[in-house]
Design a protein around this ligand. Structure first.
Ligand SMILES: [Zn+2]
Length: 117
C-alpha cells in the first residue's frame, strides 16, 4: 500500500502518485520552498549587500570602473560570495554578483564591470 507523503492517507489512482490530493501536493511544495528560503537567507543577505556595494560605486550609468581593494573592504564587501564566475581568454577569473562582476586587476586594484543585456 502506498501512502501520501504529507498526510499518510492511502493513495488511490494511477501508479507513481505520491500525494493523495492537490492540497497535499501544494502543502509539500510550500514546505519545500520555505525550507529553501530559510537555508539560503544568510548567504542571500551577503550577496545582496555585495551587489549594493558595487551598484553604489558604479552609479547608474557606468559600465566599468577601477577601485582600490581597500575601498571594497571598508564597505564590508565579502569577496568569498558571488553568484557565478567566468575564466576569460587571458586566464583571469571574473566573479559575478548577478549582473555585476569584478576581477582582481592587481594585488590592490579591482576592476568592476556591469554586464549589459
Ligand atoms: Zn495527503
Amino acid at each position: 500500500m502506498i501512502v501520501c507523503k504529507i498526510c499518510e492517507n492511502k493513495i488511490i489512482g494511477r501508479k507513481g502518485k505520491i500525494f493523495c490530493s492537490i492540497k497535499c501536493k501544494n502543502t509539500y511544495h510550500v514546505k519545500l520552498r520555505r525550507a529553501t528560503r530559510t537555508a539560503v537567507k544568510e548567504i542571500d543577505v551577503i550577496l545582496h549587500r555585495n551587489r549594493s556595494i558595487l551598484l553604489e560605486l558604479m552609479g547608474k550609468y557606468k559600465t566599468q570602473i577601477n577601485v582600490n581593494r581597500i575601498e571594497l573592504e571598508k564597505k564590508k564587501f565579502n569577496f568569498k560570495y558571488h553568484t557565478h564566475s567566468n575564466l576569460n581568454s587571458k586566464g583571469k577569473t571574473y566573479y559575478y554578483l548577478y549582473d555585476f562582476g569584478w576581477m582582481m586587476f592587481s594585488s590592490d586594484k579591482v576592476l568592476i564591470i556591469r554586464r549589459i543585456k
